[in-house]
Design a protein around this ligand. Structure first.
Ligand SMILES: Cc1cc2nc3c(=O)[nH]c(=O)nc-3n(C[C@H](O)[C@H](O)[C@H](O)COP(=O)(O)OP(=O)(O)OC[C@H]3O[C@@H](n4cnc5c(N)ncnc54)[C@H](O)[C@@H]3O)c2cc1C
Length: 357
């Protein structure tokens, strides 16, 4: 089949790569020359358990994807800066204890091992963390910028026709219209025929779906992040709690996030949020006290009204793969497999019908 993928973030790239691996002729369109949206902005935690409170469809998809991550990373065969050593849920105040206890009960009931580390054990595993103890929860982390780069190379190696700088303006029956987003003359666009289109353009998917007559309600959720410039090894695991999250990145310090702001497509940074996140991070990790903040940025999480992703063949010639909200990096491998199944490939092993409009 001839397949067009819209969106060059991790979701579009992974779908394109997977579909090309199944023998399809794939084109990928992204309006930007360098995709720097949610996938570029993400912290990179592979953490289905940290925010889960129940055995719901999002948690099930997340755990299925986490299980696929090691093979996915190995298949990309690149220097991703990926680790599966788990994440910590620290005990900072007395109010954290019931949350930690409930998390451990939930994971145990579902057959996932988690380990309580008392102050002494924690000081061996994560010496710089200032906490009375922590629950070590299965999970991982990856540098999302390296992941995006690796997926782009992997797509090129499978002869995906990568069309960055070409924004899609219309979804047709059996095709789409795309134009050079930097050139006013070419903006009107060129028609490209295909058997199947995959809409995977993150927070912008609802608008494009609407042009195809499909009602998809969603609104981006802005997140503020920053990065401290510290030596590798300052932090060994990612830390996730309601105060802030901290994620180590090889050769790139420690990333700290994040806020949740509903302000449409506005990406303006928030100086107060940066100061508050930095203060929280320094309380958790006193080693950051004198470390410079080397970068601050914001990103738009693609959230649909239900808070769930949609992975669905909505028409013979149209698939939607969006709404990954806070977990798109984690959900990249399972999404690629699910979309390959919807395109007629092998069964992906999860019930894709749970992720419909
Ligand atoms: C602050 C923050 C922290 C996060 N942390 C994590 C985390 O720790 N772990 C995790 O798993 N997830 C995290 N996420 C979520 C994750 O980043 C997203 O769910 C995921 O990146 C979504 O990927 P995507 O490819 O769907 O969208 P995007 O990466 O946003 O890509 C969409 C692409 O579509 C392109 N596009 C838009 N419109 C058009 C058009 N008309 N034509 C052509 N191209 C178009 C854009 O240029 C863009 O490149 C975080 C997100 C944010 C913002």
């Amino acid at each position: 089949m001839r397949i067009a993928v819209v969106g060059g973030g991790v979701i579009g790239l992974a779908c394109a790569w997977r579909l090309a691996g199944d023998g399809h002729a794939v084109m990928l369109f992204d309006g930007a020359r360098e995709a720097r949206e949610a996938s570029w902005a993400a912290a990179g935690m592979l953490a289905p358990h940290h925010e889960a409170t129940a055995d719901d469809a999002v948690w099930r998809l997340g755990t299925a994807s986490l299980a696929r991550w090691p093979a996915f990373a190995a298949a990309l065969g690149a220097d991703l800066d990926v680790s599966f050593s788990g994440g910590l849920l620290p005990l900072i105040t007395a109010a954290d204890q019931p949350v930690i206890d409930a998390k451990q009960r939930f994971l145990t009931a579902k057959g996932w091992a988690s380990t309580w580390l008392d102050r002494h054990e924690l000081s061996q595993r994560e010496p710089a963390l200032h906490a009375a103890g922590a629950l070590l929860v299965p999970g991982g982390r990856v540098d999302p910028r390296r992941l995006t780069k690796a997926l782009r190379h992997a797509c090129a190696a499978r002869h995906v026709d990568l069309r960055y700088g070409e924004a899609v303006s219309e979804i047709l029956r059996g095709g789409l219209v795309a134009g050079d987003s930097s050139s006013p003359e070419k903006k009107s666009g060129t028609e490209h025929r295909c058997d199947l289109t995959v809409l995977a353009n993150g927070a912008w998917t609802p608008a494009l779906a609407q042009l195809a007559g499909i009602a998809l309600e969603g609104e981006p959720v802005k997140g503020q992040l920053l990065r401290f410039d510290v030596a590798d090894g300052t932090l060994r695991h990612f830390i996730h709690c309601h105060h802030a999250y901290l994620v180590p990145r090889a050769g790139a310090g420690v990333v700290v996030g994040s806020t949740m702001v509903w302000s449409g497509f506005d990406k303006t940074p928030d100086d107060d949020a940066i100061a508050e996140l930095a203060a929280q991070a320094r309380r958790l990790l006193p080693a950051l006290r004198d470390a410079p903040i080397s970068e601050t940025w914001t990103g738009l999480r693609p959230r649909l009204r239900t808070g769930m992703p949609v992975l669905q063949r909505v028409r013979d010639d149209l698939i939607i793969a969006t709404g990954h909200f806070r977990n798109g990096i984690l959900l990249t491998p399972i999404t690629a497999d699910a979309i390959a199944e919807l395109a007629g490939g092998a069964a992906c092993g999860v019930d894709v019908s749970a992720y419909r409009l």
